[in-house]
Design a protein around this ligand. Structure first.
Ligand code: SF4
Length: 271
């Protein structure tokens, strides 16, 4: 037996990273270490449940499993099944506490308006829905396996479009939008590799506020995203401090799955 006919590459020691894994390192190194290195799991949050539910409805629609006409009823039923605890937001107050705000109606009505009025993506051919991939990247001398799930890839005659469904509200700044843009820039690398056409635009389908933010995909944007990714991989692979980041109290209290077990966040809350 000729081993080289069977083994096509040795990936030993090459890390596998998703966009969310790379971003978590920048959000809070302690969260990264607990989640990815120590395999700790916490509790989810109502924002994530809402986003997962809406993603799943859109996935079913683009897989031709449900019709355009049934989207609204599907949303109403699934909201009541999967978001039955409502959606609460905890806003940091000046005295170090939190103010609880019930935003269930805001989220429910935003989604309802979207699913009531959504009329598909006319003129576009659907290529990939929840497209899962693993690609081996080598950029600036750094190798890593990049793993992703692309919500949707569509094409017109000449180009591809990568689409991410997001429950978030308006982008707060150009800088925030550019940070989110990196994910779709990295996904564009795979889309072009798989379907052999350039990505013309990336779209954020911000369904809760009924906005599709579009931006042109360029080589500069992709290069910036790749540079960010390889720098992050190098930082992660040489990290040993794993410092907590409690500065964003909104994130810690609302979005971090480890919020109840995090000694750093809870120590701050107790003091
Ligand atoms: S609660 Fe805050 S400090 Fe603690 S792991 Fe989560 S993000 Fe980090």
């Amino acid at each position: 037996m000729n081993i080289s006919d069977i083994i096509k590459g040795d990936l030993t020691g090459i890390g596998r990273y998703s966009f969310s894994r790379l971003s978590t390192y920048h959000t809070c190194q302690h969260q990264y270490n607990e989640y990815y290195n120590n395999h700790k799991r916490g509790q989810g949050n109502s924002f994530a449940s809402y986003g997962t539910m809406a993603h799943s409805i859109l996935e079913s629609y683009f897989r031709d499993e449900i019709s355009l006409d049934s989207l609204k009823d599907e949303y109403i039923q699934r909201f009541s099944d999967e978001c039955s605890d409502g959606i609460q937001m905890f806003l940091p107050t000046k005295d170090g506490g939190f103010f609880e705000k019930d935003i269930t109606s805001l989220y429910y009505n935003g989604g309802l308006e979207f699913f009531e009025n959504f009329d598909g993506l006319e003129g576009m051919n659907v290529l990939g829905v929840e497209e899962n991939f693993d690609i081996l990247i080598e950029y600036k001398g750094v190798k890593f396996i990049f793993n992703g799930f692309i919500d949707l890839v569509v094409e017109d005659e000449d180009y591809l479009y990568v689409i991410d469904h997001k429950s978030k509200g308006k982008f707060k700044s150009v800088a925030e939008k550019n940070e989110y843009r990196r994910q779709l820039a990295l996904y564009s690398v795979y889309a072009t590799y798989k379907w052999g056409k350039p990505v013309k635009e990336a779209w954020f389908n911000q369904f809760r506020i009924n906005v599709i933010e579009k931006f042109e995909m360029t080589d500069e944007i992709i290069e910036e995203a790749l540079t960010w990714a390889v720098n992050t991989v190098m930082d992660i692979e040489s990290e040993f401090l794993w410092l907590p980041n409690t500065s964003d109290r909104f994130y810690c209290r609302n979005l971090c799955d480890l919020r109840e077990q995090c000694v750093y966040f809870n120590r701050n809350e107790d003091s």
